[in-house]
Design a protein around this ligand. Structure first.
Ligand SMILES: NC(=O)c1ccc[n+]([C@@H]2O[C@H](COP(=O)([O-])OP(=O)(O)OC[C@H]3O[C@@H](n4cnc5c(N)ncnc54)[C@H](OP(=O)(O)O)[C@@H]3O)[C@@H](O)[C@H]2O)c1
Ligand SMILES: [Zn+2]
Length: 399
């Protein structure tokens, strides 16, 4: 295998789209009573709050704005303060989609939160929406019919890198059937609704993930009496956005998806002022996740790559086809443990490393990319994701 460091050039980036939903065991996301139905428990609401705090914008359909009158704010004071400290608004932007423009300016979506509210309206309803929402929201003409890819591109242009989509059913169907969700958080509540008049998670649609195209189940997590399933739908089609020019066709897109997942994992690290927050995932040649890891995962000294590699038996033959995706360049020298992640990667026999962010000389000098490359490992640097990987560590770079 050729060594070398390649740069990927990416055009027309859209936000990372994380779709979040809670449903009953029989697949309903509400009952038919008209009053909101609590599917999650307190601990899960808190998890959702944390996910929200890590996003730049939250999107719901106009149907949810009307049915639930949700606040869509980060609830925790500590998380709001942390966002402000990172130079962000206390709570993410709010976004909704509408076909007919029938939205009430007195809804909490518009009245609460000192953030911009964006309404993407299908062209014929733009005037109507602008008239009723003047002063409370920015109404954007999203085409006729509404062009979801254009909406995402516009959000990216407004600085939205991570978008959380919180329903309802029609909106989930729209994103999932278009193959525009990068990650799906599905929470199952331990009860039945059993009413055909109640809304379901999704309706009818040309979902790309049928029986022949299964999604990747990345995680299951019990949270009290509910369970969280995290799926990574595979990229379905190139939509002009996020297209990488380097490498084999499709490889760039696959690399980005896993690297974004690694960055996602880095958000789980316990906060530290003396070490980076890093996420890592090891994927074999068939696309199977061998292990994930993040900094300080089970010990304050853990590095992400180290934590992931420790979970894979040294004689696992899949290591020979594996790629290590890590949000930060693997370290070479470290004060805390004898072997750096570069050495551990070489010892594991992993032939390929993809990373986002070059290690800045903050805690140690690092020559991970060069060392791996010199040892014959294919090293790919996806530098346009570096800002996102660094953002998770913004508190280490005050001012
Ligand atoms: N359990 C959960 O996690 C969860 C989360 C959120 C919501 N919910 C539930 O979901 C239900 C609401 O779901 P829903 O399906 O009725 O509403 P929805 O998905 O929130 O919104 C549907 C509306 O979005 C707009 N829209 C959808 N597709 C569009 C397109 N292609 N172009 C332009 N606009 C488009 C339309 O707005 P206009 O009608 O204005 O044209 C449409 O009526 C409620 O019962 C709520 O409680 C549950
Ligand atoms: Zn390390």
């Amino acid at each position: 295998m050729m060594g070398g460091v390649f740069l990927e050039v990416v055009v027309g980036v859209r936000p990372y789209v994380l779709l979040s939903v809670a449903m009953s065991v029989d697949g309903f996301i509400d009952d038919a009573s008209g009053a909101p139905l609590a599917l999650s428990n307190e601990a899960d609401f808190d998890r959702v709050d944390e996910v929200r705090a890590g996003c730049d914008a939250i999107l719901v359909g106009a149907g949810t704005v009307r049915a639930d009158d949700p606040r869509l704010l980060v609830r925790s004071d500590a998380r709001r303060a942390e966002r402000v400290r990172r130079g962000l608004g206390a709570t993410p932007l709010k976004v909704t989609l509408t076909r007919n423009g029938d939205l009430d300016p007195a809804a909490r979506f518009f009245t609460l939160g000192d953030v911009e509210k964006l309404v993407y309206a299908a062209s014929p309803s733009v005037e109507r929406a602008r008239a009723s929402l003047a002063g409370v929201a920015t109404v954007v003409d999203a085409g006729d019919p509404l062009d979801l890819t254009a909406v995402l591109t516009d959000l990216a242009a407004r600085g939205v890198r991570r978008l959380m989509v919180e329903g309802g059913g029609e909106i989930h169907t729209l994103f999932l059937s278009a193959g525009l969700a990068d990650e799906l958080h599905l929470v199952i509540a331990p009860f039945f609704v059993g009413d055909p008049a109640a809304p379901r998670f999704t309706g009818t649609g040309p979902f790309p993930h049928g029986p022949d195209n299964r999604m990747h189940l990345a995680e299951t997590r019990q949270i009290g009496d509910v369970v969280l399933l995290r799926y990574l739908p595979k990229p379905v089609h190139e939509n002009g956005a996020k297209r990488a020019s380097a490498g084999a066709p499709g490889q760039g897109e696959t690399d980005r998806r896993w690297l974004e997942y690694a960055i996602e994992l880095s958000r789980r690290c316990p906060t530290s002022t003396t070490a980076f927050a890093v996420g890592a995932v090891v994927v074999d040649g068939e696309g199977t996740v061998l292990a994930t890891g993040h900094s300080r995962e089970s010990d304050p000294l853990d590095h992400a790559e180290e934590a992931a590699l420790a979970k894979i038996p040294a004689d696992d033959p899949r290591l020979a086809t594996a790629t290590l995706y890590t949000s930060l360049e693997p370290c070479t020298t470290r004060a805390s443990r004898p072997r750096g992640c570069t050495e551990l990667t070489l010892a594991a026999g992993i032939p390929r490393v993809v990373f986002a962010w070059r290690e800045p000389s903050l805690f140690a000098d690092c020559t991970g990319a060069e060392t791996l490359s010199a040892a014959g490992v294919e090293v790919v640097e996806v530098s346009d994701l570096a800002a996102e990987a660094r953002q998770v560590n913004a508190h280490l770079f005050p001012g």
